[in-house]
Structures are given as C-alpha cells and as structure tokens.
Design a protein. Structure first.
Length: 108
C-alpha cells in the first residue's frame, strides 16, 4: 500500500519535470541594424530544472542562429529559499544575437 501511494505521488512530479520544452520568443531590431532575440522558458519544480531550461534555450538559440549565437544577457530569478522548489511562474530569459556567418575564401 505504501509503495503504491509513493508511486502515485511520484508520477505527477516526474511528469512535471520531463514535460515538453515550452518557450516564448520575441525579437527586437536595434538602431545599429542588429537583431536581438529574447527567448524565455519556465523553470519547473525539479532540482535539475535550471539545466533543462538552459538546454531548452540553447537548442532554440541554435535553431534561430544557424552560424552560432552570443548570449548577451541572462535574467535568472533570485531564489531566496534554495532548499525548496522554485515558485510556480519562475522563468529564465536569454537575450541573444546571432554571430555573423564566417566568410570563406573562394576556392582556387
């Protein structure tokens, strides 16, 4: 009985930890013509949520910037209670810009 109760409690928690990547994306063109992208994802209740969020944002950044990206700014929440789970609506935000594609010399 005790094992069944623990299993029933663990399944929703693990489902929350391994959910699909969820992110929001916007962009802004600066005065110098460069475009900066803002991508944001939620931090879940698991201890590894920050790693998962970083992987999610890095994957999306590589999809946006085929020649690589530069992380301009990261806004991470400040968690005062390090031992407990993060608040429900905690998000990690990256501001990135794409690297310029390398110019290869013509073949001779």
């Amino acid at each position: 009985m005790k094992t069944t109760v623990i299993a029933l409690l663990a399944i929703p928690l693990l489902a929350a930890c391994a959910g699909p990547p969820d992110y929001e994306q916007t962009s802004q063109k600066l005065n110098d013509g460069a475009t900066h992208y803002f991508i944001k994802t939620k931090l879940g209740p698991c201890p590894t949520s920050r790693d998962w969020a970083v992987r999610t944002l890095a994957k999306r950044a590589n999809e946006i910037c085929k020649s690589g990206y530069i992380l301009v700014n990261e806004q991470a929440p400040i968690l005062l209670n390090q031992m407990g789970p993060p608040p429900k609506d905690t998000k990690l935000l990256w501001q990135i810009k794409c690297k310029e594609a390398e110019q290869r010399p013509p073949l001779k």
